[in-house]
Ligand binder design. Structure first.
Ligand code: PLP
Length: 446
């Protein structure tokens, strides 16, 4: 495998970009490859090496790298009309109507420019709407590079910043609990329920190895927040229009949040974010309400055109069926391989998300592995062995992923996300042949 060009680019990058990258997850060891172009389900690097791509831009690229002709020509046509205006455009209304039509908890939306901006605005909205300051988040959850959620701490206790540069006072407004632990949330609410503005959670811990909710867990969050006058914010930045098809993960798991955050897929590969919910809450945003929210690029016509056209394409074609069929094929193929090669490892994921977790020596007996069809189904005989929260994933051999597994898979021509925690994604461009090739690569690497 040639790598001279990527190495040289990385050397140059190290002089002008901190760590050589613009988002830390890209700084894989010993050096990242630089991408020259995408091609369907593949990326080609600066040295001409081609990889089957399961990073897919960390989630946005539902259709892969090549856009269908009609999607591409609408984006080109918007570009030739000028990139942006600072005044409303029809596409903002159209995309909002599309999302509100399909996602049952959403009546109105405010478009922003990233997932981080969406979750930041959602937390401010919940605080403004309820008049309370505290929020509850999940250990191992990720809601972007924002002050209120870059927090760690003991279950139910006052949080402390997980990054330098965040005032302790910010983190003290955030309470962390383990995912899938209903009792921990009940205890927090019993102690200080009238101070809590919202519980903020991903439906699936997409940045913690695709760990999903056990039966009834999301329902219990709904019930507890309702009982205490707090809001439930579902962060669907990663899962929105990827898991559960057009109804999103909230449709799949049958939970109705007060506020939903979106990003990734709804921008069709361009920067975007959105906050959605019922008019009663959403109209607390300025200009109708007093929760300040604004942005020069918000509702950017290029991003929204790309997102709308991609979603329309998905609605009119067999995109979601193809993705879940391939996902099932990949996960069950991986499960078979693990049974033979590495029986202590586990496959996680839903629909087009997947991950292999090197569970070993966990806090519980993790000597089994999750069946590909299980994924937090209590009837599954291996239910107890599925990772349920961050502690379970932390107990996995996370270091082995970066030291051995990622480079080995790269050598095999498969591009995976950079560490044990980040989810991986199929796209509509992936084929059964890609999946077969990938299974062979996993077999060799394991
Ligand atoms: N929320 C979730 C669930 C995410 O997965 C991410 C990013 O991966 C974010 C928020 C932050 O989104 P962005 O990187 O667009 O700011």
């Amino acid at each position: 495998m040639h790598d001279a060009n990527s190495r040289e680019l990385y050397d140059r990058a190290l002089s002008v970009l901190p760590g050589g990258v613009n988002s830390p997850v890209r700084a894989v060891r010993p050096y990242p490859f630089f991408v020259e172009r995408g091609d369907g389900a593949h990326v080609v690097d600066a040295d001409g090496n081609k990889y089957v791509d399961y990073v897919m831009g960390y989630g946005p690229l539902l259709l892969g790298h090549g856009l269908p002709q009609e999607v591409e020509s609408r984006i080109q046509s918007q570009l030739s009309d000028g990139p942006m205006y600072g005044a409303p455009t029809e596409v903002e209304v159209e995309l909002a109507e599309f999302i509100a039509r399909h996602v049952q908890s959403v009546e109105m939306l405010r478009f922003v420019n990233s997932g981080t901006e969406a979750t930041t605005s959602a937390v401010r909205l919940a605080r403004g709407y309820t008049g309370r300051d505290k929020i509850v988040v999940m250990q191992g959850g990720y809601h972007g590079a924002q002050e209120s959620t870059l927090v760690e701490g003991k279950s139910g206790g006052v949080g402390s910043p997980s990054s330098d540069g965040i005032p302790r006072a910010f983190a003290e407004e955030t309470i962390t609990v383990p995912f899938n632990d209903e009792r921990a949330v009940r205890e927090v609410f019993e102690e200080r329920g009238d101070e809590i503005a919202a519980v903020l959670t991903e439906p699936i811990l997409g940045n913690c190895a695709s760990v999903g909710p056990v039966e009834g867990y999301l329902d219990s969050l709904r019930e507890i927040t309702d009982d205490h006058g707090a809001l439930l914010i579902l962060d669907e930045v990663m899962t929105g229009f990827r898991v559960g098809g057009l109804q999103c993960a909230q449709g799949k798991f049958g939970v109705t949040p007060d506020i939903t955050t979106f990003a990734k897929v709804i921008g069709g590969g361009f920067p975007v974010g959105a906050v959605g919910g019922p008019a009663e809450i959403m109209e607390s945003f300025t200009p109708t309400g007093d929760v300040f929210q604004a942005g020069t690029y918000s509702g950017h016509p290029l991003s929204l055109t790309a997102g709308l056209e991609m979603l329309r394409y998905a609605a009119e074609n067999d995109v979601y069926d193809h993705l879940s069929d391939l996902g099932d094929r990949l996960r069950s193929g991986l499960t078979d391989i693990l049974e033979d090669e590495a029986p202590r490892y586990t496959v996680t994921g839903y629909d087009s998300m997947f991950k292999v977790v090197f569970t070993r020596d966990g806090p519980r007996d993790l000597s089994g592995q999750c069946d590909a069809g299980c994924r937090q189904d209590p009837d599954c005989p291996r239910f107890d062995y599925c990772p349920k929260n961050k502690a379970d994933v932390d107990a996995a051999e996370t270091e082995r992923w970066e030291r051995l597994f990622w480079p080995a898979m790269r050598e095999e021509g498969v591009f995976l996300t950079a560490n044990q925690y980040e989810s991986q994604f199929l796209s509509y461009a992936h084929t059964e042949e890609d999946v077969e090739e990938t299974l062979e690569a996993y077999k060799n690497a394991l």
